[in-house]
Write a protein that binds this ligand. Structure first.
Ligand code: PLP
Length: 453
């Protein structure tokens, strides 16, 4: 059965990021809570929450019921022009009520990439309508990730997303990521001091009157779960605000509970002008995204003929009904508080299992966003090669799905993960890292481990 499905998959499907050498396919059939099963009947713990999004866990009948009820009533109609629908209106109200007070308008999309495309256009169009027609530059950061659209890809801070796809969108500049572990990035200065000075210098060079926005993840996810120092966002936001530059927070990963709060903006105490969200809004049960704007940005975009960017699935009634059911569960089950509690528990378990291992640079977490930074050795802090193979081995040998992201293994499990599952995840990672060599190869089980000290 699996062999057949794998062959049919190989013959027909183009997978994002599939390594050329890979012939393997893992065909999933079922999910419940943090557990998944494949066609072989093999059980996994999903420590990535799909792709950072399974806040409420897999297999919740309540969301299927919400979809069924809405589809039976009105599965879809457009939200272009003056058309609307009840679930979209109710969800927009709900998002405005749970988001920071200054966010007052909602623009729906089908996901994070669309959201970032829309946000870039919103920022440029906002300035354009106010007569600031030269404000076109978008500031991003090395290691940032904003999806697969040409705008977002241009702001992405990895060459992988640029090479072979050019020309990229013009007027994009990448700043240094606020990554305290990598002290070499900051010329011996304090991380935040360096980043703020770089931003001021960049604004002076480009001219504030030419810059539309800074687009950034509050905590970088794909870049390796990079957590900025506490003073980074308040100080960066102050510089942007002083120069009339909009701050777009890409909260595609961080919104809806992953950090233990509805939005990272609250967590970091800043007021972004535009906030892009997706993923956790439905816990992945249906594709949906929502871009929230400040009252002022929303008011300018609402003028004249409105905002002339539209997607067929804007405000999709069934997706919005499912999102409402998802938010109900997050609230009813206290999953924001739980994210902090179980995230800290998992981080402590990881530190306990991995603390002495030579390849582990550090374990970091904010709620249920976690990373294990991997190094050849702790003194040099050189990034460990072959992290993807390590993630593959953890899955193949121990049935735990983790993900490689740049120089780290990253984890973003369901907020409902049990303590027992958290301990199993930590043990599985520790078992494999204990037999990982300084060149990134993993010794077969049962051979002497040089990874442990
Ligand atoms: N922005 C961030 C921060 C992301 O992590 C992702 C996806 O992982 C995206 C945008 C793209 O979202 P989507 O894949 O829903 O288009």
């Amino acid at each position: 059965m699996t062999t057949d499905l794998a062959a049919r998959d190989r013959a027909n499907i183009i997978h994002p990021y599939l390594p050329a050498s890979s012939t393997e396919r893992v065909v999933m059939t079922e999910g419940r809570g943090s557990r998944l099963w494949d066609t072989e009947g093999r059980e996994y713990i999903d420590a990535t929450g799909g792709l950072w999004l399974a806040q409420i866990g897999h297999g919740r009948a309540e969301l299927a019921d919400a979809a069924r009820a809405q589809m039976a009533k009105l599965e879809y109609f457009t939200s272009f022009w003056e058309f609307s629908n009840e679930p979209a209106i109710e969800l927009a109200e709900r998002l405005v009520s749970i988001s920071p007070a200054h966010l007052e308008r909602v623009y729906f999309t089908s996901g994070g990439s669309e959201g970032n495309e829309a946000a870039i256009k919103m920022a440029r169009y906002y300035h354009h309508r106010r007569g600031d027609t030269n404000r076109t530059w978008i500031l991003g950061r090395d290691r940032g990730y904003h999806g697969g659209g040409i705008g977002g890809s241009s702001v992405n801070g990895f060459s992988l997303y640029h090479e072979g796809f050019g020309p990229m969108m013009p007027d994009v500049l990448h700043l240094t990521p606020p990554w305290p572990y990598r002290t070499e990035l900051f010329d011996g200065q304090d991380c935040t001091d360096f980043c703020v000075a770089e931003l001021e210098r960049t604004i002076a060079e480009l001219g504030a009157e030419n810059i539309a926005a800074m687009l950034a993840e509050p905590i970088m996810g794909v870049g390796g779960m990079i957590v900025p120092p506490a003073d980074y966002w308040p100080r960066i936001a102050e510089v942007l605000h002083r120069n009339g530059i909009l701050l777009i927070f890409d909260e595609v990963v961080t919104a809806y509970g992953r950090l233990g709060s509805w939005f990272a903006a609250e967590h970091f105490g800043v007021r972004p002008d535009i906030v892009v969200t997706a993923k956790g809004i439905t816990s992945g049960y249906l594709p949906l995204g929502a871009v929230l704007t400040s009252g002022e940005v929303g008011e300018v975009l609402g003028r004249e003929h409105g905002f002339p960017v539209g997607y067929t699935y804007n405000g999709h009634p069934t997706a919005c009904a499912v999102a409402l059911a998802n938010l109900n569960i997050i609230e009813r089950e206290g999953l924001l508080e739980r994210a902090t509690k179980i995230g800290d528990f998992l981080a402590a378990e990881l530190r306990g299992e991995l603390g002495e291992l030579a390849r582990v640079g550090e374990v970091r977490n904010q709620g249920m966003m976690l990373a294990v930074e991997l190094v050849t050795d702790r003194e040099s802090r050189q990034p460990l090669p072959g992290i993807q193979q390590i993630a593959d081995t953890i899955r193949a040998d121990n049935g735990v799905i983790v993900r490689d992201a740049a120089t780290a293994l990253v984890l973003s499990p369901a907020l409902t993960l049990s303590e027992e599952e958290a301990s199993a995840v930590a043990r599985a990672i520790g078992e494999v890292l204990a037999r990982t060599e300084a060149d990134g190869t993993v010794r077969p089980r049962g051979t002497d481990s040089s990874g442990a000290r």
